[in-house]
Design a protein. Structure first.
Length: 293
């Protein structure tokens, strides 16, 4: 009974964190669009940029002011359906919530340019866009569109795929430059590049770290470690060169976003433990990753 209650509390806490992240991310992204993106006439990557592009084309060529919310929600209908099928229902539900909230906020928030300097707009707009997406991903959500593709590929390939999506966005921006000019497209590419680097740097779900653990209680620790992390552990026996004492080294690979919790767990089990943490550039073979629900 106590276990079930604890499990329910944990689920409720995760749900609240996701809702807060969705709201905060939507707000940051909307303000960014109405302050930096609009000021520099930028075309952000993904379906956000495509929505702004179609809205701008409708206004300039047809003299029709189509609400951003209508375009963005319609464009994301297809990817959202695919997300439900291939990624996870809960993840996609939070993403849909963010798409709708962000779309409404963009239509409501007034245009408030901070600067018209194109380079400043590109760099700081890209930083804010990247931060918004990182917050959303932390809350198990996304801004939709090409983010669904990036998440799906990252889950399949077990490595970040945001630079691949950046390449797709560059192609879209080059095509858009034929309509609105190369200068705006080039600044938009800077915007997208900065945003991608922020995501790559701070979103660690698709990155791994290798742990070399020297402990005096290997048998006890290895069992608890496998249960705690769901990752395999390899044991090596050796000898310390200074005191000539027998030593045991446990080797394991965990997600970069898990490192802090895993180290805390290991130190709690063995206060005298020595751990060497190495960033893994890539892994091949089976690696457990908590699935997106």
């Amino acid at each position: 009974m106590v276990y079930a209650k604890s499990k329910d509390n944990k689920k409720w806490k995760k749900h609240m964190i996701s809702l807060i992240c969705v709201c905060l991310s939507s707000l940051i992204m909307s303000i960014n669009i109405k302050s930096f993106v609009r000021a520099g006439n930028l075309i952000p990557g993904g379906f956000t940029g495509l929505s702004l592009l179609l809205q701008r084309m409708g206004l300039e060529f047809l003299n029709i002011d189509i609400p951003y919310s209508v375009i963005n929600i319609l464009l994301n209908a297809g990817p959202a359906f695919i997300g439900f099928r291939l990624i996870g229902k809960k993840f996609t539900s939070y993403s849909v919530m963010m798409i709708i909230l962000n779309s409404i906020l963009v239509d409501i928030i007034p245009v408030t340019p901070i600067t018209y300097d194109p380079l400043l707009v590109s760099v700081f707009g890209g930083i804010l866009n990247g931060i918004a997406i990182v917050i959303a991903l932390y809350g198990k959500a996304s801004s939709g569109g090409t983010d669904f593709i990036a998440i799906y590929l990252s889950n399949k390939l077990k490595q970040p795929s945001w630079n691949f999506i950046f390449g797709i966005n560059v192609i879209i921006l080059i095509i858009a430059s034929l309509v609105f000019g190369f200068e705006e497209a080039m600044y938009s590419i800077i915007f997208q590049f900065v945003s991608t680097q922020i995501i790559e740097r701070f979103h660690q779900r698709d990155q791994q770290a290798t742990l070399f653990i020297i402990t005096s209680i290997p048998t006890e620790l290895e069992k608890k470690l496998m249960l705690y992390t769901h990752h395999g552990v390899t044991r090596f026996e050796g000898k310390g060169c200074y005191l000539k004492e027998d030593k045991t080294l446990l080797y394991t690979v965990v997600g970069a976003d898990e490192v802090k919790d895993v180290i805390s767990f290991i130190k709690k089990e063995d206060p005298e433990v020595f751990v060497n943490i190495i960033k893994s550039s890539g892994i091949k073979g089976n690696f457990y990753q908590e699935p997106l629900e």
